[in-house]
Design a protein around this ligand. Structure first.
Ligand code: ADP
Ligand code: MG
Length: 658
């Protein structure tokens, strides 16, 4: 018996090893085809759905029969025969489950141990205790399954936003088609009160949309022609025509739903540890059982008493809950975060966030609003408007907030010139644009110096964007961005939640970054960084972090996506509609509410701490009971009831996460 068990345990560990998120780098994880994982003897409650309707009724009958039999005086052979009825009724659920697990190759599990213990008790003449054990087992499993499925239902409800049809506008009128059939360029009609089925741009109509389903925030937006709208959002007030910009497979709604649904397939390290602990526990207890119930009586006799003590050990050998209830806590985390419009790619993200000792922030668009305005123009040998026009022309294709500001300030630009441009965007520096045979550089001083163009020192402190044409310096433009209103509160919130070190990284100049960093109480600032510099800074922090600690990076996922993947966990803010953020980040905050960062860390810490409490209380409580059992102080019903109460206590501890 021992040998097969050892083999089984190896087999099970290997199985779990494969899915251990810790053993894989995040990149590997992301490359992997997402496959749903179900543990043998683990959290796959799906098969139980096949449960026939009769089984609950039979369990109720078992309870009634037990209650009656306790008060009926029976003797001799009448007792086992009478108690066999509730025993069989009570095992309607557990027997097929045990069989299924045995068939699937899982020998070390709660069900098998319960069945063994129950039949041992029955054989020892402890009839009511045997029935009670099975019934209490069902009670705990029912409570556990109920909580688990409640979480699943809640998540499904949040994610019930996938469209099943779209109204395609054709020459012959409107055709109702499946969203998968549409291609970019198609125009669809979205009626008031309908969910927008695909991402696109409004070509006709004015309306308000509500992104609540995706961003978690009920804040209707007024939109009209030219605005981008995202699938999954509600069109509230009037009908609009939308030109589809992305296929359904790449649409926001589908991405969000898939990310959220796949997260479960990447369990936390805590869950992995708990499962391993359970396996060791069961093995150890079986060993103890053999000693107490077989070895000792083989020498000393007293078989009946020793077997009774052995049965108590079997009762206590059973895992209290599936992995101490940890999957439940993490499932709860997925639900609660999805409700606030935050989607994680794996449950292990919560764990990393709970352990985050350092949090690195990118400045533009994360700490600041990412909405620059031009504050001053200092041309050299040309007019202000000319300088702005040159800069805006070169920036025509850039999505950087500085580019947006320059285009806004310049007003009209010649679209013919724009169309003929050859543009290159240099992250963290600026852009170069070839217009005809003239080379334009627009960016920070580092960019111009790289091309040996001398910049003048900015007339006033601030973020200066320098412009040069054909190596001739043309002047600079000062731009400014506003700090997010809640940035200070968010950072304080992180400190309250145990984040020790707050780091600000930016490509912007020190003269702008320093006052900002000191105002917000950052512990460390690195400014004037190119993307490589930011990556190096993250690597440095990663190498020097505490062994159990983790590092989180918060950015917009746009131009810092590659840097984000280097940290333990990358959080992208304002991810709605951003493909790069979706690819790079581990956690997507759909809107730009920076307060969601501390809220998320707080939630993660609760999940992590409660999971920890569950492991400690579960192991500690059980160990105490075992101590009593070994010395024969613990009666069988006491063991049954106390371990049930312990299990329910652990369950409750997980459910109170809010
Ligand atoms: P942050 O590190 O604050 O998030 P970025 O890395 O996006 O900022 O940019 C760093 C600096 O690089 C900016 O402050 C700006 O000087 C320059 N820069 C980057 N992109 C552009 C652009 N498209 N046009 C002009 N300057 C740019
Ligand atoms: Mg940035």
């Amino acid at each position: 018996m021992g040998k097969t068990l050892a083999k089984t345990y190896k087999h099970e560990l290997k199985k779990e090893h494969k899915v251990s998120p810790r053993k894989q780098s995040r990149k590997q994880r992301q490359k992997q085809p997402k496959k749903r994982i179900s543990f043998a003897g683990g959290r796959d409650f799906g098969s139980l759905a096949a449960l026939t309707k009769l089984r609950p009724a039979m369990l109720v009958l078992a309870v009634l029969a037990l209650a009656v039999l306790i008060f009926v005086p029976l003797s001799g052979w009448m007792r086992p025969v009478a108690y066999a009825i509730p025993l069989l009724l009570a095992s309607v659920q557990i027997l097929p489950e045990t069989a299924a697990k045995l068939v699937s190759g899982s020998f070390l599990n709660n069900e098998l141990l319960t069945v063994l213990a129950a039949f041992l008790l029955f054989a020892l003449g402890l009839f009511p205790e045997a029935v009670l054990l099975l019934l209490l087992h069902e009670l705990v499993r029912w409570a556990e399954r109920f909580s688990f499925e409640k979480g699943k239902r809640e998540l499904d409800e949040i994610l019930d936003i996938l469209p099943d049809s779209a109204n395609l506008i054709t020459d012959n009128g409107i055709a109702r088609v499946r969203p998968e059939e549409l291609v970019p360029g198609d125009v669809i009609l979205v009626c008031a009160g309908e969910r927008i089925p695909l991402d696109g741009t409004i070509v006709e109509g004015i309306t308000t949309v509500d992104t609540a389903a995706i961003s978690g925030q009920r804040s209707p937006w007024a939109v009209n022609e030219g605005y981008r709208v995202y699938s999954g959002c509600m069109n509230l007030t009037s009908d609009i025509k939308v030109r589809v910009t992305r296929r359904f497979e790449q649409s926001t709604v589908r991405n969000v739903v898939y990310v959220a649904q796949d997260a479960e397939g990447f369990p936390s390290g805590q869950e992995y540890t708990a499962r391993r602990l359970n396996i060791f526990w069961m093995l150890g207890m079986l060993g103890l059982f053999l000693v107490v119930a077989v070895l000792i009586p083989a020498f000393r006799g007293e078989w009946a008493e020793q077997l009774r003590r052995g049965a108590v050990l079997l009762i206590l050998a059973r895992p209290l809950l599936d992995a101490f209830g940890i999957p439940l806590a993490y499932r709860k985390g997925l639900v609660l975060s999805a409700k606030m419009g935050v989607f994680s790619k794996g449950e292990d993200c919560f764990e990393s966030l709970a352990k985050a000792e350092t949090m690195i922030f990118d400045k533009t668009g994360t700490i600041t609003e990412g909405r620059y305005t031009v504050t001053d123009v200092f041309p050299s040998r040309m007019s202000e408007q000319q300088l702005l026009t040159i800069a805006a022309t070169a920036e025509s294709y850039s999505r950087h907030p500085i580019a947006v500001a320059l285009r806004e300030a310049a007003g009209r630009i010649d679209s013919r010139v724009v169309r003929a441009l050859k543009v290159k965007e240099i992250p963290g520096r600026g852009v170069s644009a070839l217009a005809g045979n003239r080379m334009i550089y627009v960016g920070n001083a580092a960019l111009l110096e790289e091309h040996s163009i001398k910049c003048s020192i900015p007339a006033r402190p601030g973020s200066a964007i320098h412009v040069a044409v054909d190596k001739r310096y043309c002047g600079h433009i000062l731009v400014a961005d506003k700090v997010r209103k809640r940035a200070f509160d968010a950072l304080e919130g992180l400190r309250v939640n145990g984040v020790e070190k707050l780091v600000l990284l930016t490509g912007d100049v020190l003269s702008v970054a320093r006052p900002l960093a000191s105002r917000l109480n950052f512990d460390m600032l690195r400014a004037e960084l190119k993307p490589e510099g930011k990556a190096k800074a993250v690597d440095y922090l990663m190498q020097n972090k505490g062994e159990r600690a983790s590092i989180a990076f918060v950015g917009d996922g746009e131009n810092d996506g590659r840097i984000m993947t280097r940290a333990d966990v990358g959080i992208a803010m304002g991810s709605l509609g951003s493909d790069t953020a979706l690819a790079a980040a581990d956690v997507l905050i759909m809107d730009r509410d920076i307060l969601k960062v501390p809220r998320l860390v707080n939630l993660s810490r609760k999940i992590y701490m409660n999971s920890r409490i569950n492991i400690l209380a579960g192991v500690g409580g059980n160990a105490l009971l075992i101590l009593f059992a070994v010395f024969g102080i613990l009666s069988v019903p006491a063991a049954e009831i106390l371990s049930t109460l312990l299990a329910l206590g652990l369950l409750f501890n997980m459910l109170r996460i809010r």
